[in-house]
Design a protein around this ligand. Structure first.
Ligand SMILES: Nc1ncnc2c1ncn2[C@@H]1O[C@H](COP(=O)(O)OP(=O)(O)OP(=O)(O)O)[C@@H](O)[C@H]1O
Ligand SMILES: [Mg+2]
Length: 267
């Protein structure tokens, strides 16, 4: 039975999609099978995998409403890394789900995702940046764990507090645990590192366990360069030290994630 992990943060642009994609690639290099379900309007999972967003006529939406079989929506980025693309139609799922009874609606995504658990070691769900959005709530109900990437700035600190507050509402019966991931960290800048430590203290003061704050991912323009130049970060890392450093950050992070989840260290 695979683990289901949703990536969420009510703030946009913090790296949800990038972190989801690069953790997925790292998990696959470690021998895991992974499927990413895109629940976001922006199609960034598909474009992040260098696909054209217009090429998919069946998406997460059609799968969720029962108009497409898994085989019609699951695409192979590589042998062991699959994804279900999304687009703006996903918003209509809220309208579809609203016709269900309250309990059925809450478990509407969970029911579909559960049918994939036997086929993958990890199912990662990427979400849209919004607060109290139904699609994010349904994704939480479907998940065992949540990843919250964040940047080092005041807006992000406030957004993490809010996101953790929402996750806490889903803890116990649905979510087993969550992890914060400092992303885009300028590791050589003392001031930024100090600011990050202050942010972490503020999270811990609000009840976040230090062990649930994973290792940081450094800021590197190679992350965007790889995407813009349609080359995988891993491939870029073969000739670019900065890209290699980021790839290594993801290896360290993913190792911690696997041992926390598979060792059930987090409750
Ligand atoms: N570690 C990093 N170093 C440098 N750039 C990064 C890093 N992580 C993400 N980015 C860049 O930041 C931008 C936003 O990242 P991404 O799209 O992953 O964020 P998001 O949270 O999914 O955004 P949205 O809220 O719009 O869905 C992208 O241009 C991405 O390439
Ligand atoms: Mg995104």
């Amino acid at each position: 039975m695979g683990y289901v992990i949703t990536t969420a943060n009510s703030k946009g642009g913090v790296g949800k999609t990038t972190v989801t994609r690069l953790i997925a690639e790292t998990l696959v290099r470690k021998g895991k099978t992974v499927c990413i379900i895109d629940m976001c309007q922006n199609s960034s999972i598909a474009t992040g995998f260098l696909s054209d967003r217009e090429q998919f006529n069946k998406t997460t939406y059609e799968w969720l409403i029962g108009e497409a079989k898994p085989s019609e929506v699951i695409h192979q980025h590589s042998e062991f890394l699959h994804f279900i693309p999304s687009n703006e139609k996903i918003d209509d799922f809220k309208v579809f789900a609203n016709k269900m009874t309250v309990k059925k609606r809450l478990y509407s995504v969970d029911r579909k995702v559960n049918t994939l658990r036997n086929f993958y070691d990890y199912i990662l769900i990427d979400t849209h940046p919004s607060e109290n959005d139904d699609l994010v709530a349904y994704s939480f109900v479907a998940s065992d764990y949540v990843l919250v990437p964040f940047e080092v700035d005041e807006d992000s600190r406030v957004a993490v507090h809010r996101t953790v507050e929402i996750i806490n509402d889903f803890m116990q019966e649905d979510i087993k645990g969550y992890f914060l991931i400092p992303n885009k960290v300028n590791t050589t800048n003392q001031k930024i590192n100090h600011q990050l430590e202050t942010m972490i203290d503020s999270f811990v003061n609000k009840g976040v366990k230090r062990a649930n704050i994973l290792s940081r991912i450094r800021y590197s323009t190679t992350v965007s360069t790889a995407k813009n130049e349609k080359i995988s970060l891993e491939k870029l890392a073969q000739k670019n030290t900065y890209a290699k450093n980021v790839v290594n950050d993801f290896v360290e992070l993913t190792d911690k994630l696997i041992s926390a989840i598979e060792g059930s260290a987090v409750k």
